[in-house]
Write a new protein. Structure first.
Length: 246
């Protein structure tokens, strides 16, 4: 599809050209990987076709279950809830950093400023206002929650993520709109400070976690359309995330 501004279009009208759409969202079902202590996914039938004339289920889950977006309220009692994000904020260009080779060397590997500079040598400076996505390859562990979370014998978590220095470079020097990852969290599993989350959400930026299909995106050029559940005052919400790829 290709939407283009016409000769009589209002000045400043935006357009997006794309050849395919990639769904970056995992299907929600019982048994998906969840952060330790998060509520389980529960799905129950409440109406059946043969009895009620229609089919209906109820579901319950935590605000940070499945593919999800975090909100400032996660770490700030006075922070904005997930319902405060405007539609304009939820359509954002994205870049993808392929971190699979580094992540394969160890579950606790973190993205460094050097990795970002190496990416920029090939693709140019990370554009301000873009969402930086980290492709760790962890999406392929989704069907094995223990492996996806990297749970050890003491309950510790082990998966790759954005190192603190890398997060600062992207947010404070490159001016990205936020961070996203196919792993369980944007920080490495052993980083319990939630540094990257706090850094981004203090600016009311975007945090996306548990993404799928990042290996189907180009390094640059995709535009994300993010659809979180608009939970009033929510600390976050499950989200449908689509990528429009040129």
């Amino acid at each position: 599809m290709d939407e283009k501004t016409g000769g009589g279009s209002p000045p400043g009208l935006r357009s997006i050209s794309y050849s395919r759409v990639v769904d970056l969202t995992h299907v929600i079902r019982p048994g998906i990987p969840l952060w330790p202590g998060d509520p389980p996914v529960e799905i129950n039938e409440v109406a059946q076709l043969d009895t009620h004339g229609f089919y209906l289920r109820r579901f319950a889950m935590g605000e940070h279950g499945g593919t999800h977006m975090n909100a400032p309220r996660s770490f700030d009692a006075e922070g904005a809830g997930i319902d405060a994000y405007t539609p304009d904020e939820l359509v954002v260009p994205a870049i993808v950093i392929d971190f699979r080779a580094q992540a394969a060397t160890g579950s606790d590997t973190s993205l460094s400023p050097g990795d970002i500079l190496a990416w920029e040598e090939q693709y140019g400076l990370v554009p301000a206002g873009s969402l930086a996505l980290l492709n760790t390859g962890w999406q392929h562990k989704w069907e094995d929650p223990g492996a996806y979370l990297g749970l050890d014998g003491t309950g510790g978590l082990h998966f790759p993520g954005f190192g603190q220095d890398a997060a600062q470079l992207l947010v404070e020097e490159r001016g990205v709109a936020g961070l996203g990852t196919d792993a369980a969290g944007v920080e490495p599993g052993q980083d319990d400070s939630f540094f990257a989350n706090r850094l981004v959400l203090a600016k009311r930026g975007i945090i996306l976690e548990c993404l799928a299909n990042l290996d189907r995106l180009p390094a640059t050029g995709a535009t994300l359309v993010i659809g979180p559940l608009r939970l009033e005052g929510g600390s976050g919400a499950p989200a449908s995330v689509l990528a429009l790829v040129p």
